[in-house]
Design a protein around this ligand. Structure first.
Ligand SMILES: *Cc1c(COP(=O)(O)O)cnc(C)c1O
Length: 416
């Protein structure tokens, strides 16, 4: 029995949505920097019978019978992740990046403890202490940002804040920062301030594995990452840490926060890690950065201002202020043209998060499709055109045609 046949016959409504989504992914240009396209092998593991199994606990220490093969697959995921990052201890059970971060706080802190993290409005993540998030409600976060002039993290300022505030944990890592983060500097500051160091490498894990971004290992105490961004695995996350934190982390994940692990996702993580261990993955990671640099240059040639003047990684933040267009308008116009990006705050934004001054884009997904620097120049030109005519429906439709033409040269999934 083919999986396709059973879904298309048994649930026509879901099947239709699935077909439409597949078509959307195939025909458009995916530039959301936190998205990617997994391999067929990863998809197959995700859509597997491992979803049927309960296995609370850890390999060979479960609260349910019948876990021989779940143990095998979880152990594979752990061993492969250790090898990929050079981590001492790995927990592959976190459901996603946000719960993984909360689990770390729950493992190492008491409610109300002081933590330092990057401000959401300047590049940090919601779970790094934003007031609407559990992290900001349960813990006392003090936040750092970027320098107003350079739009870069000022490590002297971070150090000063750390020594003044004496937090128990210092968190580095970002969700909208186009430059390399100096994890060594962060861990030295943490050591000097008597704090534990934590790095959230959700966005850049694939670049770290590929050797095109500095690694937070071996000096950082705890490292979290999603598995579905540049790492190109299934939607999920993991926590890596020094051996001395292993027990606290494992207990915080289960039974502290979660119940049964999502074994189909664990299986898919194992598959993705084996793909990332292959030499070709290094080429992929290097190409992500080359593409981002080419795209950045092209966008600047289109007269667009980039936050910090460019990029070192997979991500670009465009400041639209001078174009007289808001992030929301640009996102909507680009959507009509088949180009998917997300609106985003820029540092020291004077507009609201619902309609900020910027858009955020990145190259991991298009790089997976096989696009290179030449195509990035074309993409930059298409974006420039769309932004200069956000209300010109005819032109946006014309760009959509060009987008479809370009994307058709880089076929994605071909079995739907
Ligand atoms: C994406 C991201 C997360 C959250 O991951 P989810 O899987 O969406 O919960 C956490 N931290 C950073 C830095 C991220 O970029």
């Amino acid at each position: 029995m083919g999986f396709r046949e059973s879904l298309s016959e048994e649930d026509k409504e879901v099947w239709e949505a699935l077909l439409n989504e597949s078509k959307r992914q195939n025909q458009g240009l995916e530039l959301i920097p936190s998205e990617n396209f997994v391999s067929r092998a990863v998809l197959q593991a995700l859509g597997s019978v491992f979803t049927n199994k309960y296995s609370e606990g850890y390999p060979h220490k479960r609260y349910y019978g019948g876990n021989e093969f779940v143990d095998a697959v979880e152990s594979l995921a752990i061993e492969r992740a250790k090898k990929l990052f050079g981590a001492e201890h790995v927990n592959v059970q976190p459901y996603s990046g946000s719960p993984a971060n909360i689990e770390v706080y729950f493992a190492l802190l008491n409610f109300g403890d002081k933590v330092m993290g990057m401000n959401l409005s300047q590049g940090g993540h919601l779970t790094h202490g934003h007031k609407v998030n559990f992290s900001g409600r349960a813990y006392n976060f003090v936040q750092y940002g970027v320098d107003r002039e350079t739009e870069l993290i000022d490590y002297d300022e971070v150090r000063k804040l750390a020594l003044k505030e004496k937090p128990k944990l210092i968190l580095s890592g970002a969700t909208a920062y186009p430059r390399e983060i100096d994890f060594k500097a962060f861990s030295e500051i943490a050591e000097e301030a008597g704090a534990m160091s934590m790095a959230d490498i959700s966005h850049i894990a694939g670049l770290v594995v590929g050797g095109v971004h500095k690694s937070p290992f071996p000096f950082t105490d705890i490292v979290t990452t999603t598995t579905h961004k540049t790492l190109r695995g299934p939607r999920g996350a993991m926590i890596m840490c020094k051996e001395k934190f292993a027990q606290a982390i494992d207990r915080a994940v289960f039974p502290g926060m979660q119940g049964g692990p999502h074994n189909h996702v664990t299986a898919a993580k194992a598959v993705a890690f084996s793909e990332a261990l292959k030499p070709e993955f290094k080429d992929y990671a290097a190409q992500i950065v080359k593409n981002a640099k080419a795209l950045a240059e092209g966008l600047m040639e289109e007269g667009l201002r980039l936050v910090s003047g460019g990029t070192d990684n997979h991500l670009i933040l465009i400041d639209l202020t001078k174009k007289g267009v808001s992030g929301k308008e640009a996102e909507a116009a680009l959507d009509k043209a088949g180009i998917t990006v997300n609106k985003n705050m820029i540092p020291y934004d004077t507009r609201s998060p619902f309609d900020p001054s910027g858009i955020r884009l990145g190259t991991p997904a298009l790089t997976t499709r096989g696009m290179k620097e030449g195509e990035m120049k074309e993409v930059a030109e298409l974006i420039g055109r769309a932004i200069s005519g956000v209300n010109d429906e005819a032109m946006l439709a014309k760009i959509k045609g060009d987008v479809r033409e370009l994307s058709s040269q880089f076929p994605l999934y071909d079995w739907y």
